[in-house]
Design a protein around this ligand. Sequence first.
Ligand code: CP
Ligand code: NVA
Length: 308
Amino acid sequence: MKHFINLRDISVKDLKKIISDAKRRKAQRKNTSTLDPDKDKPLEGKLLIQMFEKSSLRTRLSFYIAIKQLSGGALTLRPDELHLSKGQESLVDTAKVISTFGNAFMLRTDSEKKIDILKKKMTIPLINGLSPNNHPTQILSDIFTIEEIKKKSISKLQISWIGDSNNVLNSLIEASVKFSFKLNIGCPKNYEPSKKLLKWAKQNNSKIKIFNDSKKAVLNSDVVFTDKVISMNDKVNRNKKLKDFKKFQVNSNLMKNCKNAIFLHCLPRGSEVTDEVFLSKQSKVWEQALNRIYVQKSILLYCFGKLR
Ligand code: CP
Ligand code: NVA
């Protein structure tokens, strides 16, 4: 039994195995209906319990479909209906019950502390479906999408991130170390990633460069990522932050500096990207969203010790 909390704790070998398993499983499902199970039915009889303390569309749908295709079932808990959220049951007792009734738990939360407690207390795999500091299932899936579209190992590509230093970027930084790819980050001064994370990346031979100029950051890039300037529950002065990021919008002018690049966005989107880029040929956002299903299936198999 293995947890999937953040990319930095997982070996390169296992991360690559998850990607190759996802490639194989996706190829084997050509012309198969959404809810039809994979032939080997690897998680037959298993229950994935999921809970979202913050909004979600894609993560919710993709985990539901993922476990179904593996022949298991899913149950989504509403946090407002649990005793836990009303302070009437402890986190530890809740974890014990979820561990006894279910076979895996996927949590989207606003609390790293909750994840820390749960990973010690749960006796079934815990999957981080987005926390304040990480969004690991998203980024692993995005690596799959990039390699699928570019038909190259990500280690041979240059990736650019334009925008806020948030949970998605943190996971991308961890991925750049694990998969050894060049990562250019374009963000305003005072919005750089945390020093602690950058120190860890440097100590682990990262190929990360930070620019306070978006054009320099995307020059000759193969992939341009962005995300909302203001994330869920981001407690900031909205107007100030949006103003500070004005020069970091992904628009056609910016994309002229990397004509062969694809554009990716985890979604939902805001004003950080123009419609023109978002709906352009360079944009692969819908394929990106759908691939969450395939990679999360292999993440589930990794957690259950069933990766081929
Ligand atoms: N990208 C992503 O995690 O989307 P949701 O917030 O809709 O799950
Ligand atoms: N950074 C965004 C990602 C949403 C999927 C957020 O945390 O709101």
